[in-house]
Write a protein that binds this ligand. Structure first.
Ligand code: SME
Length: 167
């Protein structure tokens, strides 16, 4: 019996590939749903709202939402989760830094990111993906998890693909 339990536990701890595949499959499904949602809808706020809801409910993130570029600040857009900061200046926090660098940022531990803006003390890791119109960043997609190290390259690549659907 003990052997069986050990083997069972080992099988689960040795399955990073299966976990990665399961995550990729989930993102593929979400991507198809995003395509269907944005097809025939050209309102950016409506599309951001549905994408935030879809990602949030599918993956059970702590906070999922958009910050929209308004002048030299990001202003809170459609989101799911607890109340968040309304404005983030250019170059500040993870969101403002992603906007400034024009690239996605994966933060395995928010306490180790200099200048991280803590909208919620529960957030432990974070990913921010910029949304472009041409060369310009028009918004960022920000996702927070209560788990450390919740995001990896699968999340980054999949969310960058989804971000291209926001216009
Ligand atoms: N942590 C973000 C602020 C936004 S909240 O996480 C919703 C940042 O450092 O930019």
């Amino acid at each position: 019996m003990i052997e069986t339990v050990k083997i069972y536990a080992k099988r689960f701890s040795d399955r990073p590939d299966e976990a990665a595949k399961a995550k990729k499959d989930k993102y593929s499904l979400v991507y198809r749903q995003v395509e269907a949602l944005v097809e025939g809808e050209d309102d950016t706020i409506a599309n951001m709202s549905n994408i935030a809801a879809l990602l949030h409910t599918t993956f059970g993130f702590w906070w999922t939402g958009f910050y929209i570029v308004r002048g030299d600040e990001l202003v809170l857009g459609p989101f799911q989760g607890p109340v968040a900061c309304s404005r983030i200046p250019f170059g500040r926090g993870v969101c403002g830094t992603s906007w400034q660098r024009k690239e996605s940022i994966v933060v395995p531990d928010v306490e180790k990111f200099p200048g991280h803006i803590a909208c919620s003390s529960q957030s432990r890791s974070e990913i921010v993906v910029p949304i472009f119109r041409g060369e310009e960043v028009i918004a960022v997609l920000d996702i927070d998890s209560r788990e450390l190290n919740a995001f990896d390259d699968i999340d980054r690549e999949s969310l960058e693909k989804i971000a291209k659907k926001v216009r």
